[in-house]
Design a protein. Structure first.
Length: 254
């Protein structure tokens, strides 16, 4: 179980101390677990809002800088049911908080992850604005949806209204979830079966972005590259050294 111990001033010094002090103040009022959940919700809402604002701005502008579509993009079949895998990306945001061990080191590690997600979204939004590309594949999904159930039609209709096909590369679906999957794999460093399930799930979700015709192959590749670079540059060097020694003591440990 997560405890209600909040960070002291000595423990919150170092890299990202401003964020740690802010979370410490929140923990002092509501406890460790609620503070993490509130921070996670705020982080997720900020990321989603910034993404959608830029997506609709770029779509309204209607400018396409280039077309990274390759023949493979149209050769890949449209699979309407892949939307269920596509939507599992949200689970990674929750899992990073739910399975996080108790204690100061884990809280600091979580803040490092949140900060890396903001760096990645900032870089991605810059690309969306400066070098916009359109995913012009939705006609394939419209054809594949013929004769399918009303639920799938409703999901895709809602998705298309919410998310215009312009925030293409690098795929945030892939870059963000790769960072969080690597984080979860570190938490489950002594749980090989969990890591196996994790990577099967993540790979399926990543592939779903092209099966749903939401992204191009180029978006998938650049999303993986950005996530890997972010992990190497903005996560690993900043994780507390003591985090790995407590990484299996969270609510999900056996």
């Amino acid at each position: 179980m997560q405890n209600d111990r909040h960070l002291t001033s000595d423990e919150s010094t170092g890299s990202g101390s401003g964020e740690v002090h802010a979370l410490s103040a929140l923990e002092a009022h509501v406890g460790e677990a609620p503070a993490r959940w509130l921070g996670g919700i705020l982080c997720g809402l900020t990321l989603a809002t910034s993404y959608l604002c830029v997506a609709h701005f770029v779509a309204g502008r209607g400018v396409v800088a280039w077309d990274p579509t390759i023949p493979l993009d149209r050769a890949i079949p449209a699979v309407p049911a892949a939307i269920w895998l596509y939507m599992t990306n949200i689970l990674y945001y929750f899992a990073c908080v739910f399975f996080l061990p108790a204690g100061v080191a884990a809280t600091k590690a979580l803040i490092v992850i949140w900060r890396s997600l903001f760096i990645v979204i900032a870089l991605s939004l810059a690309v969306f604005l400066l070098c916009p590309a359109e995913v012009a594949l939705r006609d394939q999904m419209h054809a594949a949806l013929v004769g399918r159930g009303a639920a799938l039609h409703a999901i895709y209709d809602g998705l298309y209204q919410l998310d215009p096909p312009f925030n293409a590369w690098p795929s945030g679906h892939v870059s963000h979830t790769l960072i969080m999957a690597l984080f979860l794999a570190r938490i489950w460093s002594r749980r090989p079966w969990r890591r196996l399930v994790l990577w099967i799930a993540w790979t399926s979700m990543a592939i779903s972005i092209v099966l749903t015709k939401q992204h191009l192959v180029f978006d998938l590749v650049t999303g993986i590259a950005l996530g890997a670079v972010a992990w190497r540059l903005w996560v690993l060097p900043h994780l507390p050294a003591s985090f790995s020694t407590v990484s299996d003591e969270g609510p999900g440990s056996e």
